[in-house]
Design a protein around this ligand. Sequence first.
Ligand code: FUC
Length: 742
Amino acid sequence: MKIRCVVLCVLAALLLTPRTLVQAAEKAVLAASPAGQILWYEKSAQNWETESLPIGNGRLGAMIFGTVEKEQIQFNEITLWTGDEKDTGQYQNFGQVEVDLPQVKPALNYRRELDISRAVHTVTYISDGVTYCRESFSSFPDQVMVFRFTADKPASYTGVITQKDSHNVKIAVSQNRLTSAGKLKNGLQFESQILVLNDGGTLEARPEGIAFKGVNGLSLILGAGTDYLNQRSKGWRTGESPHRKITEQIEKAAKRSYADMLAAHIHDYQALFNRVRLDNGKTEARIARLPTSGRLANYKTLNAKDPELENLLFQYGRYLLISSSRNSLPANLQGLWNNSNNPPWRCDYHSNINIQMNYWLAETANLAECAEPLLAYIASLREVRKEQTSAEFKTKRGWTVRTENNIFGGSGWEWNTPGSAWYCQHLWEHYAFGCDKEYLKSVAYPVLKEVCEFWEDRLKMLPGGKLVAPMGFSPEQGPREDGVSFDQEIIWDLFTNYIEASQTLDVDPEYRQKVTAMRDKLLVPKIGKWGQLQEWMVDRDDPRNNHRHVSHLFAVHPGRQIAPMNTPALAEAARVSLRARGDGGTGWSKAWKINFWARLLDGNHAYKMYSELLKNNITLNLFDTHPPFQIDGNFGATAAVCELLLQSQAGELHLLPALPDAWATGSVTGLRGRGGVVVDMAWEKGKLLNVTIKSNLGGRCRIRASSSLTMEGALASSVKSPEANVIEFNTTAGTTYTFTGK
Ligand code: FUC
């Protein structure tokens, strides 16, 4: 069926496009789809949240149902928000498009799939002897979504296209265009346009929508946007209605052939997606041929081994980040997919774990560009947050955040005082992996410094001389008091990142000294009476507390203050705390725990929890569920797989630090490590076979391997091995170094 649809679509493209473009499209379409990178089903979706499938270009996205008689496409644009600087507001549903196909007879051979190796959604079925195919994608290069309907017999489509706007704006219908344009109460202007292109047959404007009759093929080109701008000084608005831009995007797309747009989309997407490939084992053929729903059921109830499904969940996190975080706002609690105007937790940016977890994979899983929306978002909030912070804390320098956040600087619920320092970790990590000094100097450093100043003014000295953050709050644990471990650890992380940043840039030596002195005086987490890592300064942790937040383990992950090799006693205490909290929790909570176990070098425990997440917290469309759907668990799980295979937070590349027994033989390409390196590895029965390290910047490189390695080639003589399985060597920028297992 798959091949048939590809052939059909290529044939349709042949009819419509110049030869060269068709060849390009054919190549792009036929070259891809490695087994195991497809979510597919034998039924259309009934439920938006758990069954329909997402497409997105980082800004504009849709959830597709694939129903035979009536295609339903719910769509979003990531900037459509109510609220302002005072009111937190909510992320909004944009609308829904329906393509009614009343003439279609019962369908056979139905298949609905999302191919994440190409970012294309496809529906195929046979009805009354006609093979039908629908292909959909959201194009980053063209900034529109395209929905294409084809069939292998002419004149097979007759029906009506309608649109519902979720703010009840009246849809303007012309012969080939549906337009919705309106304004939210906060003044935000929004617009969507759907251009309908027919191949043969006729189109007709009707009050309810556009009717099409006897068409061979149909393309819907959907553009949408608002006048949001991430600049406070401009009142958070572009100052121009979105109409002109959307019209231009649509007109430009309409001039391009379908095949050309598809090829450009796949090319653009694969430039990001193909950077990382993982082989963690093969699934038995009888299981691999099942639809995704069947595989999940097998995995869950029969405990069937399915490493390719585990791999799919890993790569799906990468797919979702590419699809919800490019060149606009960061991925929110649901990425960008939301069908409600009153979504859970406003579908917002939660600063006490969720927005951060969304980005743990960005650097390690080789999608650094996808972190840029987060960095731009942080920058956009600085001014408004300074005012709010100073009003609340009577401080003069720096800023921090509350827990719930919108896109206009508005926020609500508890102050999360270490939140801005946690944001700074992302600013720093973008440098630590990418090593772009210009970025560090102009973007990251000023923010790191001002947040250090906030803490310099706010930290309080205890009688013994230790510095503590006053009145902190370990998320959802209470009470508010001084020196909670969550705060202390994040401030330690901020100070450490600041010190390294100022050293790297060779600036502000005096302030660096001051920050170093403050860091040395920070109260560090203590080991309590049952051997646990204390959540508070007071030793009152309850060993029966199994709450989903385990914030006092920040120092293990994503922090770097506690590590089995550097601080073994504290790492052991973290293990005790983690065991006591247990392996339960909601999706994101489990995802964080998997990252903890990876950093604590226990790959088997991490794997146990990864498979439990897949069994119990992943819905049919592979969305993570809290419940409800919350995308952080998807992103956190993908990040955790990277941590199992490669870690670099301790000044060395640790290869296969926590490889689970279940993935004893495999390979990975394209993982990024701090210091501008990209690592490929293959292993067998837990032992490294070969390792390739590409150094983008040069400099000294130190690797710690799970088994012994020798370097290949002439440079081998420069290699030092200060301890067993540790190798140090010099690298030159742009050079690749190869090692083989002994
Ligand atoms: C935090 C969590 C909840 C949920 C919400 C969005 O408050 O405790 O579980 O993830 O954020």
